[in-house]
Design a protein around this ligand. Structure first.
Ligand SMILES: NC(=O)c1ccc[n+]([C@@H]2O[C@H](COP(=O)([O-])OP(=O)(O)OC[C@H]3O[C@@H](n4cnc5c(N)ncnc54)[C@H](OP(=O)(O)O)[C@@H]3O)[C@@H](O)[C@H]2O)c1
Length: 343
């Protein structure tokens, strides 16, 4: 007798580079979900800022939407559901079991934090790649998820699909993290390491924009806000601290950084922007600093878009996670791996 398939409905907030890469990955693994979990999925709603909103309780024609997607496309043409006056309305009416929050980074955390709050309150699991709400509302949203007995997952907010939170949660039982340090921002690292080879600041930044790696507002990368938000999340999720991004000391980089990059190379050292957290007198302190590193420091060998996180633990001593030259496909995989953990 054929096994009856279970139905899982997903809703997206944001349909940018990450969301479209995730949709492509879901399509690619459609048969795998059926084979492995007996689950057939539908995307029943997508909401954006300027590209409209659409709901279809029977499932949106996602392949057609992706095929026809252009800069000025509107999702309103695919709407076949109840009228929505707001994103809160959308969340309540989209008929989803899981909301994927993939809207733009804003350091206030809003409006994404309200989207996530609304979804958790309505009993939906939430999976996000948006650092803003996780950094600024971590405790409140995690508590709400526990109260509602749903999951609030955010693997993609640090190092894309490389396992950081899932690794800690699932494979490092009873482990205390004493300190951590890493290179967490691909755009800045690409600029610094390209400048070591003579490239200009502007050319290197332009490349990260074209690859879809730089934030929509690249000042968030250059001024260290992106690293500070990631560090704040690591501190809250892995070290039990409560440091917000604006409480983290930051060093930005600008066009005149070339002089320092070349001076470091002349001394046979490397300039890197290092995010680090350590414990001091019962508190956790976070810093995002430009550091000249010895050539044999593992962080000095991290080049281009690559990232590294080194955890100093009481069980494994030093454990390093490296992500080599990520793109949006790796961010999409973070959403995918969080989703699979719900199955
Ligand atoms: N790109 C990466 O490699 C990467 C890696 C890790 C994490 N992230 C994070 O993932 C998220 C998405 O990144 P992305 O590269 O896909 O960005 P993107 O291409 O700029 O797309 C952002 C999407 O969010 C929508 N949006 C913006 N404000 C909104 C609002 N107030 N309500 C609803 N939707 C809104 C936009 O709508 P419109 O289409 O109407 O403008 C767009 O569809 C960001 O938070 C980013 O920081 C990205």
């Amino acid at each position: 007798m054929e096994q009856e398939l279970k139905q899982a409905n997903f809703a997206f907030i944001g349909f940018g580079k990450v969301a479209r890469a995730f949709a492509r990955l879901l399509i690619n693994r459609r048969k795998w979900f059926i084979r492995k979990y007996g689950v057939e999925w539908n995307i029943t709603g997508i909401a954006t800022n300027k590209h409209g909103i659409s709901i279809d309780p029977r499932g949106l024609p996602i392949e057609k939407i992706l095929r026809s997607w252009k800069a000025h496309s509107s999702l309103n043409n695919f709407h076949n559901g109840p009228a929505c006056d707001s994103h809160a309305d959308f969340i309540r009416q989209c008929g989803a079991d899981v909301l994927f929050e993939m809207s733009l980074l804003d350091l206030s955390g809003e409006p994404a934090a309200s989207h996530i709050h609304e979804a958790l309150r309505a009993g939906l699991h939430v999976i996000t790649t948006n650092k803003g709400p996780v950094a600024t509302h971590f405790r409140r949203l995690s508590r709400l998820a526990r109260q509602r007995d749903v999951k609030f997952l955010y693997e993609g907010v640090v190092m894309d699909g490389a396992p950081v939170f899932n690794l800690f949660r699932n494979t490092l039982p009873s482990t205390h993290i004493r300190s951590l340090r890493g290179i967490l921002n691909s755009t800045t690292n690409y600029i610094l390491t390209q400048m070591e080879q003579g490239a200009s600041f502007e050319t290197a930044l332009e490349y990260t924009r074209k690859k879809g790696i730089a934030e929509a507002d690249p000042r968030l990368d250059l001024e260290g806000w992106d690293s500070a938000a990631k560090l704040s999340i690591l501190i809250q999720a892995l070290m039990g601290g409560s440091v917000k991004p604006d409480e983290i000391e930051r060093h930005g980089i600008s066009e005149d950084i070339g002089r320092k990059v070349r001076a470091a190379v002349r001394r046979d050292r490397r300039l890197r922007r290092v995010a680090r957290a350590y414990r001091q007198g019962g508190r956790v302190i976070g810093k995002v600093e430009l550091q000249e590193l010895e050539i044999f420091d593992p962080l000095a060998s991290i080049r281009g878009l690559s990232n590294i996180l080194v955890l100093n633990t009481d069980t494994m001593q030093e454990l390093a996670i490296i992500e080599n030259n990520p793109s949006v496909e790796q961010t999409a995989f973070a959403l995918f791996s969080d989703l699979v953990s719900l199955m």
